[in-house]
Write a protein that binds this ligand. Sequence first.
Ligand code: ZN
Length: 407
Amino acid sequence: MSAPARTVVAVSGAGPSAALAPPADVAFRPLRVALPGDQAYWTVLDGEYRVVELADRFLRDLRFGADRSESTTKAYAGELALFLSWAARSGRELERAAVDLSRFVLLLRTTPIERRGRGYGEVRSAGRINHILAVVREFYKHAAAHRSVDPSVIAALYEVGDDRFLPAELRGEDGALRYRVRPRHKLRATRAARPRVARQEEWEALLEAATRWRDRFLLVLLWFSGLRIGEALGLRRSDLHLMASASELGCPVAGAHLHVVPRANANGAAAKSRRERVVPLAHYVVSYYELYLDEREHCRAALDCDFVFVNLFHAPLGAPMRPGRASQLFRSLSARAGLGRRVTPHMLRHAAGSAMMEAGGLDVAQALLGHASISSTQIYLHPSPERQREAVERIARQRRPAAGRRL
Ligand SMILES: [Zn+2]
């Protein structure tokens, strides 16, 4: 029996058995890799800026084998970097790190987030830790499948049980023994965290602070359509069907609307959902688009670009707007508007989601937001005390006994 060589956190150029003696401050980090043909994914570098081979293969397969989005590989790379940093700092090889995973969980539960960004300085929620652990498990499964780690590590990560002690009615119909696999390390996440929602007055203040029609259109579009920022930045002019009828274009959808089309974009923007969807647009939104087009026409470099959102005021002029530029825009608008917090594009999406829910119900909101599962939409349910009272009063009016029968 040939057990694979014990794997250290292997780095490119070094064989799998080359022991990496990490310096105490070793920190792994995610890195974006752009490939020819507008494709990109994220990988992980070790403390010496070398590509971590195993992580790289996992992330590349995820992006190009499993067709996951670039932003998914970005999130995964960040979380893997965290795990690999812990393993290397504590001198554990990969197999040992899997066995000692509960130590990593403890670290996650007790140390605040060090990377600048969402939740910086706060302790991670159970849901966020579970996501990190899910990524770690996927990484090990991938490595085990490729025999890069001893497949026995999987037993350290998963508990395997069978159904022989379940009551007969809960067992499989054919009477065959079934196995259940469940992760050993999982925190109880009490409820989905309340999404942070932009308030009406915040959005209006941003709109007032904006000085350009492009930025105003972006604000109006996100606020009313609830698009993800990646979806908005990935829009092509040909995705916008603004006439009462687009049948000449071969599109059967009536009324002004846009198409969210999943595709790889040069600007790194990605539609998260892999299904195309149609989002109807109110006339109000269309009018902002027309004002923006007037402004856009003055930028000669933008004339040939099919993307809706392009750089009009910063180099490279006429190039598709990148997600980083949009984040910057929201940061500076929030500051200029004097808001006490930074409002993000995603907070506009949450506001749109709540409004859609109120106006159209759960199923309408799910379709408009492009959620694959209704449970993602459910976090937009925020029954206010007023609505609850209203419901109780309405039921009381409708269902009490007729006046003559009152006791
Ligand atoms: Zn259409």
